[in-house]
Design a protein around this ligand. Structure first.
Ligand SMILES: CC(C)(COP(=O)(O)OP(=O)(O)OC[C@H]1O[C@@H](n2cnc3c(N)ncnc32)[C@H](O)[C@@H]1OP(=O)(O)O)[C@@H](O)C(=O)NCCC(=O)NCCS
Length: 329
């Protein structure tokens, strides 16, 4: 009989490029002010990868840190999932490139595209494989090099995004620990709110698409904002109800870091005090799929997440997609 096991995060790791782009730097690039950016988004600076750095370079560094802390060898990994909207290329998958570079010779590998919800999607997929005992150890990476798809002349978007990678090794844990609940959702009717129109099979790369800037990220900020605040409240409440827990039981909420005002509005609606909500958007901006695993790694390594902590990961973003993981550490 194939009895289920509990799946949980065994270790985390992250990697951020060294180069800092401050709001003051942006003032010299587009018509904006540090004051506007801080008050409307909460972002003070973001990390930007060097020109010759791609998603796999950042992913490998984060993955190696997570592997080192897990005490496992790369050979013990059964599967690698990379969540990204800025892969090295269409194919091969960035996960296959990571698999080769870290020497995970026995692992399967694939990418997933769920934008800022990517890590929550990836963790939930890993959970299924482990619970069913198909695989024992899964590496989940969220990585983005958004600086390469941002239009650096568009002040509406270029101030928001950054680059980075976060990783987690997921595996079997003691009963009662690990992932207690996961929930993934999508609403493709909102796909136009946040997208890169060209470069795929709908609008292949052409002189026209390049001249019209269709390879850059386009966003309807206000609509995304409303969607995000609603999702943050509704998904957290639904998840707590499904776990027969209360919002007050949460030790740490790690929301996707898209805008400080989104996080504050969501936390206020949930009545969560500031010390129960992780915030790093001031230092890294929005790093899409890397946002949650980078924040989780910070929370774990700083000692904020302890044995038995109830941690909620909450993602939302393009697709539209959203999702939640509830973990007992
Ligand atoms: C993008 C966002 C910060 C804009 O904030 P906002 O308060 O909605 O601002 P608005 O879009 O109403 O713009 C207000 C004004 O500021 C201007 N503005 C926009 N970007 C600016 C900038 N960087 N500097 C100065 N002014 C700016 C606008 O042009 C507009 O001017 P106008 O009134 O003369 O047209 C906000 O909507 C947001 O964060 N949305 C969510 C985005 C997001 O999270 N995306 C990723 C999801 S995973």
């Amino acid at each position: 009989m194939n009895q289920q096991v509990s799946a949980g995060i065994i270790s985390t790791g992250s990697f951020l490029p060294e180069k800092v782009l401050s709001n003051e730097d942006l003032e010299k690039m587009v018509e904006t002010s540090s004051e506007w950016i801080c008050s409307r988004t909460g972002i003070r600076e973001r990390r930007i990868a060097e020109k010759d750095i791609s998603a796999s370079d950042l992913a490998v560094r984060a993955a190696e840190r997570a592997l080192e802390r897990s005490g496992l060898s790369a050979d013990q990994l059964d599967l690698i999932i990379v969540a990204t909207i800025t892969p090295d290329m269409f194919f091969p998958s960035t996960a296959c490139i990571v698999q080769d570079r870290i020497g995970a010779r026995k692992a399967a590998a694939f990418d997933i595209s769920a934008a800022c919800t990517g890590f929550v999607y990836g963790l939930t997929i890993a959970e299924q494989f482990i619970k069913l005992k198909t695989y024992r150890y899964v590496l989940v990476v969220g990585v983005e090099v958004l600086s390469k798809i941002v239009d650096w002349s568009d002040r509406n978007t270029c101030i928001l995004f950054g680059d980075g990678a976060g990783a987690a090794i997921v595996g079997p844990v003691q009963p009662g620990k690990g992932i207690q609940y996961s929930h993934l959702r999508a609403d493709g009717s909102g796909g136009d709110l946040l997208k890169v129109p060209a470069g795929g099979s709908k609008i292949p790369c052409s002189r026209d698409s390049l001249e019209n800037g269709l390879h850059f990220l386009k966003m309807s900020g206000k609509d995304i904002f409303k969607f995000a605040v609603k999702v943050m409240e509704d998904s957290t409440r639904d998840a707590m109800e499904a776990c027969a827990l209360k919002v007050t039981d949460i030790d740490l909420l790690i929301p996707h870091q898209a805008n400080l005002r989104i996080i504050h509005s969501g936390a206020k609606r949930l009545n969560l005090p500031p010390e129960k909500v992780w915030i790093n958007i001031d230092r890294f901006g929005n790093i899409s799929a890397a946002s949650i695993p980078v924040a989780l790694d910070e929370a774990v390594t700083s000692g904020k997440v302890r044995e038995d902590s109830l941690v909620v990961l909450l993602g939302f973003g393009a697709g539209l997609t959203w999702g939640v993981n509830v973990l007992r550490w």
